[in-house]
Design a protein. Structure first.
Length: 549
């Protein structure tokens, strides 16, 4: 044995085992420098598959200026972390591979939206096909925009979530309550959310916070676990952790039911015709400026989160969750999860199916003419389960004139007709965007009992905003402020008053320009049945303000 050993050539270099989880090793070492050996929950097979897949996948993105990716795999039942790939190659200094994409804090884009909608389900504000209004809004100067830079008008909750509409999500955050949404995310383990809700404001739901991929993936595992949160486990010695209910089982099932939909515009094209594709509930996110692409998904067994981007925060036009992160997510599920024989999430007893009005997404009335079915939480009380539709309306008209029927109209000349009567802001949006709306007859002020009435609203000027006159750059007569009104499509005439003086009277769809002097002015909008909206218009001279400062 000695002779054979002496005869063997000495190795010229040390043969090292291929490092599988270098980022995790360094993270654990920094947490406990004195400990040199630990046993993790990582699954060598899954870790190797994930690492190899990410390395091969990122090579296809080089031409698009995208250099790295990260991934996390969590077992939903045990919350054990089965794979953590911090980058495609720890030792690749050109791609800054030593950075840990699993633990770094980045903007998550739209990936937090499913938790907002689940809160809305639990509060009874919405159900699966409640109609929401994707129209311009302004919250004290903050006007959110959709990713596509357009507005859709009336959309269902299902459409709003699968198409990730920003404006609808911001409006729903205001209805659900920013503080409540903030508290849920904190309770779900997002440690980067360490300031009060007001610091983040309504943009929180659009990714106005920094989170880690590891914590975000574990938060999604709570959806797979029926709304129950538990801390993730990376070491065998980590405690199981206490369970904490974030959301109802019914609300998480509704979200899962929606997120499983593959008939959606962001479904990866490369997977559209793939055979035996896995069934996954999933969501994507893209940070502002195309710096981060995310996709997180789950099955009954696993939750997987992926991040794609550049560690130097260099943006790229192709850095979008649906383009580069979602295909990688599905590749990972295909590689590690045989969902073809897995049992999918069972519908809870508390989720029922019902017929609703397709036009407004509420309980139908005799005026409704088109219908659809939806899932809803039966035991939750709120607008989604209790309100009846108010858009299609039966209006008694004089068949001879088309005007509202009055007490003096002969009975034989009275006809019940159905008109879609939209709330003020929705009607204004549709008209101004050239969408055909019913020319509903005007209100009869003396005969409005039982009819749905929507008061007028001031779209411009913006309430609580201050308008400055820049006389150092423009002439006084060039400082025009636009008056823009929103009224329902049964209102045919409006009147504007400024400091109780008549400014305009005529069509509600005409924009009017005014040029008031500096000061606080009383602005009133009155519709043709006496409905009114009012605000204080604040105008200041910029030079006077600057001198005071």
């Amino acid at each position: 044995q000695m002779k054979r050993a002496v005869a063997e050539p000495l190795p010229e270099r040390r043969n090292e085992a291929a490092p599988l989880a270098v980022h995790t090793a360094w993270s654990l070492r920094s947490d406990d420098p004195g400990r040199h050996q630990v046993r993790t929950t990582l699954d060598r097979n899954i870790q190797q598959k994930a690492a190899d897949l990410l390395a091969d996948y990122v090579k296809t993105l080089d031409a698009n200026g995208i250099s790295n990716a990260s991934a996390v795999v969590i077992d939903n039942r045990s919350r054990e972390v089965l794979a953590v790939v911090g980058s495609t190659d720890y030792f690749d200094s050109e791609r800054l591979g030593a950075n840990d994409g699993v633990r770094m804090a980045r903007s998550p884009g739209s990936t937090l939206k499913p938790f907002l909608y689940a809160l809305g389900f639990d509060q009874g504000l919405i159900s699966e096909k409640t109609i929401l209004y994707d129209i311009p809004v302004n919250y004290g100067g903050y006007s959110p925009e959709n990713y596509a830079k357009n507005f859709r008008g009336p959309v269902t909750v299902r459409e709003a979530l699968t198409e990730s509409l920003n404006v609808v999500a911001v409006k729903l955050t205001a209805e659900v309550g920013l503080a409540r949404f903030h508290s849920l995310l904190q309770a779900g383990g997002l440690t980067g959310l360490n300031k009060d809700a007001g610091y983040y404001g309504l943009p929180l739901v659009l990714g106005g916070v920094e989170v880690s991929l590891l914590e975000l993936t574990n938060l999604y595992a709570s959806l797979a676990d029926g709304g129950v949160y538990r801390p993730y486990r990376l070491l065998d010695s980590d405690p199981t952790g206490d369970k904490k209910r974030l959301l109802s089982n019914e609300a998480t099932w509704l979200v899962t039911h929606i997120l499983t939909d593959v008939e959606r515009p962001d479904f990866p094209q490369s997977w559209s015709f793939a055979r035996n594709r896995p069934t996954v509930a999933w969501k994507t996110g893209t940070s502002y400026g195309h710096q981060d692409a995310w996709s997180v998904g789950y099955t009954p067994q696993y939750t997987i989160g992926v991040w794609v981007g550049n560690f130097d925060s260099r943006p790229a036009s192709h850095l979008a969750g649906s383009k580069v992160a979602a295909p990688l997510l599905f590749d990972l599920f295909q590689a590690i999860d045989d969902t073809q024989n897995a049992r999918w999430f069972a519908k809870p007893e508390g989720v029922k199916e019902r017929r609703i009005c397709k036009t407004c997404g509420r309980l139908p009335t005799q005026a409704c003419q088109s219908f659809t079915s939806e899932y809803f939480i039966a035991d939750v009380k709120g607008p989604a389960s209790e309100e009846y539709c108010r858009v299609p309306q039966l209006i008694a008209v004089d068949r001879r004139t088309g005007e509202p029927a009055g007490n003096m109209t002969p009975a034989k000349e009275v006809e019940q007709r159905v008109y879609d009567v939209w709330p003020s802001r929705m009607a204004a949006f549709l008209v101004r965007h050239g969408v055909q709306v019913d020319k509903a007859p005007p209100y009869d002020p003396g005969n409005m009992a039982g009819e749905a009435y929507y008061p007028p609203e001031i779209l411009s000027p913006v309430a609580d905003a201050v308008y400055y006159r820049r006389l150092d750059r423009l002439k006084a007569e060039d400082h025009a402020i636009k008056l823009s009104a929103a009224v329902t499509n049964r209102i045919h005439r409006i009147t504007w008053f400024l400091d109780d003086e008549l400014v305009y009277q005529g069509s509600p769809w005409d924009d009017v320009l005014i040029n008031p002097p500096p000061g606080d002015h009383q602005l009133r909008l009155v519709d043709d049945v006496g409905g009114e909206a009012a605000m204080i218009l604040q105008v200041r001279d910029y030079r006077e303000v600057a001198d005071a400062r």
